[in-house]
Ligand binder design. Structure first.
Ligand code: XIL
Length: 752
């Protein structure tokens, strides 16, 4: 699609170059590209297409070229167009942080054509999500809001009072629960449905909603969170609500199993599909209950102007006026209403057919404010933190105070990383307190674990940012290659300790532990060894001498050694390596014993990849180390490499179970080579960063959860230097700036 669009642009450019030849011909109209997000069956498509058709017929100078894009593809396509310097002239936006970023980058322009008159004709909240610093950056067309949906038949049958206040809601929960009805349906698997509760509650607690104006009101947030936990304690939600999908939750309401659900106006389509009868007879919506003791107008809603149109800074002059004309026409807004779409303009609610939509339209028209969903309002990282802490609030695994602290921290960090002049989002947090900017190593130390990174000697010698980031954030280092036999012993008769010394001296000078990686590894062997055709005895002698020399040299300076690396294959049997072939299975045992002799204080690990969760391979590793341990071979732990990928998800519950069973043997666990490859993912860059951050977060949590797990090492730390060439698998970007993955590690360390 993007290619076709670009080709279109080239043709347009060519036709413009050709223009002078036809100077006597009639002037060509200027075409305005108008992109918007709408799925193929969305009636908004035909309504907008017709309006554009009418506009185009009435004008000769400007013509709109509307282009609908399916919701799932919209962002990615828009980002590509923007990144290539060719944003469409006009495009739909959800507002909030996303639009604010485009404002800062001067991709879009203010719309002064939006006169007071137009604003008076619009719902008061219609501009809330697209206004920054009192400047309006989009023309709203449709509205969506969050309501408490309920089954009126169930309320009647159980003589339950409608929950117009919080205490009535809690009472209704008790009453329905006692009768075996799920009081409130909730499918919080994807976290955002639960976040609607938090948003609705904060919107009630404070008249100026917390976060709304860049102010994070901790007391309000804590109060709202307490209400959530009160509802959970009361048993308002289905048993498995945090793993239930939103679709399943909707079915519970549609099938009469649940009495209520907090959801957006968009919920109706799915409900109709599931049970047309219910929607025609007993389905209703209510405003979110008021809170006893809270002030402010109870008509305020959580919601947004879902289809708002922004104008590119580079759009031709006249675009603003033309767009306003297109979207203000009576025919357009009337057609929206007749298609049961809620117009942002006042006076059209009555034309809506569906009584449920009509009632929501009337409420949206009179809502004094529309508070945008937090995950669209906040920058990506605080948004991610908020979604995840809210899910944990629901699970009762975080206290309201802990959740508030985590969000506060994320907002502060975000403010720190955003240049002050541009920081419209959270101006109050512009000067962070030192306590909230604690580096990873400090947070890890508080847990009694190490946080580390693999390092390469070359950038460590030459790049100051490489050094300073390492010093600041980590308290453990692993030489990525410098302690491998191919580097240490380039020929049979020579050693070269230069790189290893550089790294180990740096670690010592900066109070960091060193993991020695790795003594016996079947891969990356130097030719003299690989092709040496040694006998069993010769190879044993070489190994013995090598281990004595290397472990001996760094005795007392390397706290943990990966003695044997990657010795088990996928089936759980011993992998075919030079060592197994030449020596036999006991090479493993010899290596551990010799390492122990050379440095009795060092912890000795078996290290491998792909055996992190529960599988034939991890069973094989378990059996191997169990046997070594039982027979008194000096082994202290297992290294789980943790080379993960966005496209091959790993079950964290199985990782936790694996760590647990290794711990139960009396062994330690280190996460030794964590990175998360993005290759193969079709998601937008933003979504990839978020997905990657979630994985980092979950791995760190799995480690922190078990007392056996004592270190988390990433395989590199900056995308500038990774063995996965061309990929971005690490917590810092190429410019050493923290990525969401970094904040995710930090969050996990703060939470647990
Ligand atoms: C990799 C290094 O990162 C690369 O620079 C080198 O070229 C090859 O080895 N598992 C391990 C590590 O245990 O030693 C590997 O390191 C990555 C996979």
């Amino acid at each position: 699609m993007a290619l076709i669009y670009r080709t279109g642009l080239i043709l347009l450019a060519l036709s413009m170059i050709a223009l002078p030849e036809f100077s006597s011909a009639k002037a060509q109209p200027t075409h305005l590209n108008l992109w918007y997000a709408a799925d193929p069956t969305d009636p908004f498509r035909t309504v907008l297409e017709s309006a554009a058709g009418r506009f185009n017929a009435a004008h000769t100078d400007l013509q709109f070229d509307p282009r609908p894009i399916a919701g799932a593809d919209y962002n990615a396509q828009l980002q590509v167009a923007i990144a290539s310097g060719n944003p469409p002239d006009v495009f739909s936006t959800i507002g909030g942080y996303e639009l604010q970023t485009l404002v800062r980058a001067n991709v879009v322009r203010e719309i002064p054509e939006l006169s007071d008159e137009v604003r008076r004709q619009s719902a008061p909240g219609a501009f809330d999500s697209t206004t920054f610093d009192a400047k309006r950056y989009a023309i709203p067309t449709t509205l969506a809001g969050v309501f408490l949906w309920y089954n009126a038949d169930l309320f009647q049958a159980h003589a339950a009072e409608l929950p117009t206040t919080w205490s009535k809601l809690i009472d209704a929960c008790k009453q329905f629960k006692a009768s075996g009805i799920i009081p409130i349906s909730l499918g919080n698997q994807d976290k955002w449905p639960g976040a609607l509760w938090l948003a609705s509650l904060t919107n009630r607690v404070e008249p100026t909603a917390p976060l709304m104006n860049g102010v994070f009101s901790k007391p309000a947030y804590i109060q709202a969170s307490q209400k959530i936990q009160e509802a959970v304690h009361t048993g308002c939600f289905p048993d498995n609500f945090n793993t239930l999908s939103d679709t399943d939750a909707r079915l519970l309401l549609a099938n009469g199993k649940a009495a209520m659900q907090l959801q957006g106006s968009w919920n109706l389509g799915g409900l109709k599909q599931a049970n047309q009868g219910l929607t025609q007879t007993s389905l209703r919506t209510l405003l979110f209950p008021t809170l006893e003791g809270s002030q402010g107008d109870s008509r305020r809603l959580v919601g947004s102007a879902a289809q708002s149109f922004a104008i590119a800074a580079k759009a031709p002059s006249g675009t603003g006026a033309a767009l306003l004309e297109l979207l203000s026409s009576d025919a357009f807004n009337q057609a929206l209403a007749e298609n049961d779409i809620i117009s942002a303009r006042l006076g059209y609610a009555q034309a809506v057919h569906d009584p449920i939509v009509k009632q929501m339209a009337l409420r949206l028209a009179e809502a004094p404010s529309l508070q945008l969903y937090d995950d669209q309002r906040l920058p990506p990282e605080p948004a991610r933190v908020q979604l995840s802490t809210t899910q944990q609030l629901f699970a009762l695994t975080l206290t309201p105070e802990q959740a508030a602290d985590a969000l506060d921290q994320a907002l502060t960090l975000n403010a720190q990383n955003t240049p002050k002049a541009q920081n419209l989002q959270n101006p109050q947090s512009a000067s962070p307190t030192p306590a909230t900017s604690a580096p990873l190593r400090q947070l890890a130390q508080a847990h009694g674990i190490y946080i580390g990174a693999a390092v390469a000697a070359i950038p460590l010698r030459s790049k100051t940012q490489y050094q300073s980031t390492l010093k600041r954030e980590f308290n453990m280092l692993t030489p990525e290659n410098a302690l491998k036999i191919g580097v240490l012993r380039p020929t049979r008769t020579s050693y070269n300790f230069t790189d290893a010394d550089t790294i180990i001296n740096f670690a010592q000078a900066n109070g960091m532990q060193v993991r020695g990686h790795t003594l016996v590894y079947g891969k990356y062997l130097p030719d003299w060894l690989n092709n040496g055709r040694f006998s069993r005895d010769e190879l044993l002698a070489i190994l013995h001498e090598y281990i004595q020399t290397v472990v001996g040299r760094y005795r007392g300076r390397i706290s943990a050694w990966d003695v044997v690396n990657e010795a088990v294959d996928e089936n759980g049997t011993l992998a075919d390596t030079l060592f197994l072939r030449t020596i036999g299975p006991d090479y493993i045992e010899y290596a551990f014993r010799w390492a122990h002799e050379a440095d009795p204080q060092a912890q000795l690990f078996y290290n491998d990849y792909g055996g992190e969760d529960l599988s034939a391979k991890s069973n094989g590793i378990y059996t191997l180390v169990q046997d070594l341990h039982k027979r008194g071979v000096p082994i202290d732990g297992v290294g789980l490499q943790m080379h993960l990928s966005l496209v091959k998800p790993i079950k964290m519950a199985d990782v936790a179970a694996n760590i647990e069973r290794l711990g139960a043997l009396g062994l330690q666990v280190h996460i030794t080579e964590l990175d998360v490859e993005t290759k193969g993912s079709a998601s937008s860059q933003q979504d990839q960063l978020t997905a990657q951050a979630n994985i980092y977060h979950d791995v760190a949590r799995a480690c922190l959860h078990s007392s056996a797990c004592k270190a988390i090492i990433t395989w590199g730390f900056t995308d500038q230097s990774t063995w996965l060439i061309g990929d971005t698998p690490l917590p810092f970007d190429k410019n050493y700036q923290p990525k969401p993955a970094y904040y995710a590690l930090r969050q996990a360390l703060l939470e647990s």
